[in-house]
Design a protein around this ligand. Structure first.
Ligand SMILES: [Zn+2]
Length: 352
């Protein structure tokens, strides 16, 4: 990696803005105005005869659920809600009064899996609506969400199904682990190796690689090609112990440099140095010139928007990053941008 000046790091701190959290958006309003008038039909015979009824069969009132699953980096409780419905047009399921999901034309038995974050009591309410969107029946239970028994990073890796083992002490790494390079269907391979190999990192980096793998899967990618995680050095080089320079996040094994991505089922690779087209203006969403450029921009922007990483330096950023995404987890410098005037050398087409 080439040098980038400490001044650049200082400027990074002043840039960027925080994206919304990954919490689920509540769904829209309950009422469906005018639906009955539009439909205008006669309800089926069985619906006409039966009284509307809706029950939460499970969980039972007072049930307790530990947050022992992982969703987008958080400990969560996955709660299966089993519903029975008779003669209702729509079921709306609410958590603490906020609509979470709707089932149109529900069957007699339906199951919805809720993802619950945070601890404490939760009121689950199922509303049975008629064709006009009016409430005809409801059922409510209150459950309790509790913390995970073991909320450690190691337990998180186990919950994700990541293969890992503790590594011995390594200078700069708070919680060193060796991680097998396969996350979901995505392998992480060092650029000069033919095959993926185990990776040394701080434990807290591994769940982020799992989140990134989730995004890459969506994009049809099964290989992330990288150029390094751990390197005990300062930003731009130098000895972190000298006290005269700023340690890189690579010194703590809490960053990864992503060089390219391989498409599943083909030999096609999208490579930052070749395929990312430097443009002026904001990096996200950018103005992609072709499919490879579009996919690379989508990866870079999703890593930021989904909060997978907080610092993302792209080829747009500066001369030291033309051939990779540098990504790390420094929370207070949410950053993805184009270039920094006065720091980045003049490059044709790069917005200053
Ligand atoms: Zn880096």
């Amino acid at each position: 990696m080439k040098r980038w000046a400490p001044l650049a790091a200082a400027l990074v701190l002043a840039c960027g803005e925080v994206s919304p959290s990954g919490l689920a958006e509540p769904e829209g309003s309950v009422a469906v105005i005018g639906r009955a008038a539009l439909d205008g039909g006669t309800p089926p015979d069985d619906a006409a005869r039966a009284e509307p009824d809706l029950a939460i069969e499970s969980p039972s009132d007072g049930a307790t659920f530990a947050r022992e699953g992982i969703d987008m980096g958080d400990w969560v409780a996955f709660v299966d809600v089993e519903l029975s419905a008779v003669a209702v047009a729509t079921v709306e399921l609410q958590v603490d009064g906020d609509p979470r999901t709707r089932i149109e034309s529900p069957g007699a038995a339906e199951t919805v899996t809720l993802t619950l974050r945070g601890n404490g009591p939760r009121t689950l309410t199922a509303l049975g609506l008629d064709e006009a969107g009016l409430e005809r029946t409801r059922d409510t239970v209150t459950i309790e969400v509790t913390p995970p028994d073991d909320g450690s990073c190691h337990a998180q890796l186990d919950a994700l199904g990541v293969e890992w083992e503790p590594a011995g002490p390594h200078q700069g790494i708070a919680d060193p682990v060796y991680v097998q390079p396969r996350f979901r269907s995505v392998s992480y391979r060092y650029v000069s190796r033919d095959e993926p190999s185990r990776m040394l990192m701080d434990c807290e980096l591994a769940p982020r690689l799992d989140q990134l793998a989730q995004v890459l899967e969506e994009l049809g990618i099964d290989e992330a090609i990288h150029i390094g995680v751990y390197n005990y050095r300062c930003i731009g080089g130098g000895d972190p112990d000298s006290g005269t320079c700023t340690p890189s996040q690579h010194a703590y094994a809490r960053a990864i440099d992503l060089w390219g991505f391989g498409l599943a089922g083909s030999d096609t690779e999208y490579v930052l140095e070749r395929d990312w087209v430097i443009t002026s203006g904001a990096t996200c969403p950018g103005t992609a010139t072709d499919e490879a450029d579009r996919v690379l921009h989508e990866i870079g922007c999703r890593m930021y928007e989904d909060g997978i990483f907080q610092t993302i330096l792209t080829p747009n950023y500066n001369d030291a990053h033309r051939n990779h995404f540098h990504v790390d987890m420094i929370e207070d410098r949410m950053f993805i941008e184009s270039s920094v005037a006065g720091v980045d050398p003049d490059v044709p087409g790069l917005g200053h």
